[in-house]
Design a protein around this ligand. Structure first.
Ligand SMILES: [Cu+2]
Length: 231
């Protein structure tokens, strides 16, 4: 089969069509769900053999994914497991089609296949991602990891402060305002009294439940049970 110039240009143009992200799919970072081996027991505890796991990139936990609020996170999931799988991005507010729940939001990704996740990151925070296909088995085998979304505008934090600095500042504040100590002591006393009252209330209600639910509950003076509770 031969092409004329026009046909050749048409085929070349079709081959050059990029995914809607505008980048060739292979440029997008991937996480690979695959079997691996890790040492669960630290070497100083003793000589134990490695344990076979299923992990993202073969590790447990999988790689830390770090991104910025407001960005669109992209990850190609490559499935090198002997079972279909999918990734659920736990706690992230993302489009349903990207939520990774086979049977509800997507088909499971079969062994040898891949799926492109595109996650617009609305919220900063620390989350986890995990398999959501046969998860009782797949999460237990190790298919999970951490995802951290940094704030678009992080508040200014003095990264240099140490615990010693914080204690020094607290002591200075107390020396300037000694009545703080009295307030703290009063607060602690109030909390202790509240805790005691709550414990007594819990005990009473547990006893009440016991008497109401167990018809032959023995009580002092009535060892054979048959109790009527009067509130
Ligand atoms: Cu989850």
């Amino acid at each position: 089969m031969t092409f004329n110039r026009r046909q050749f240009l048409a085929v070349a143009a079709a081959a050059a069509v990029l995914p809607r992200t505008g980048r060739a799919a292979t440029d997008i970072p991937a996480i690979e769900a695959r079997p691996g081996h890790i040492r669960l027991v630290p070497p100083d505890v003793g000589e134990y053999s490695e344990t076979e796991v299923w992990g993202f990139d073969g590790g447990v936990p999988g790689p830390l994914i770090r991104a910025r609020q407001g960005d669109v996170l992209q990850r190609r999931l490559l499935n090198s497991l002997p079972q279909p799988t999918a990734v659920h991005w736990h706690g992230l507010r993302i489009p349903n089609a990207m939520d990774g729940v086979p049977g509800m939001t997507q088909d499971p990704v079969k062994p040898g296949e891949e799926f492109l996740y595109e996650l617009p990151l609305k919220d900063a925070g620390t989350y986890w991602y995990h398999s959501h296909n046969q998860s009782t088995e797949q999460v237990a085998r190790g298919l999970y990891g951490v995802i951290v979304v940094d704030e678009a505008d992080a508040p200014e934090v003095d990264q240099e402060s140490t615990a010693a600095d914080i204690i020094r500042l607290a002591l200075e504040a107390i020396l300037e305002n000694p009545e703080i100590i009295i307030q703290v002591v009063e607060l602690l006393q109030q909390r202790e009294e509240a805790a005691k009252a709550a414990a007594a209330e819990n005990l009473l209600s547990a006893q009440r439940d016991f008497l109401q639910n167990v018809s032959n509950a023995p009580v002092i003076g009535n060892p054979d049970g048959d109790v009527t509770v009067v509130e």
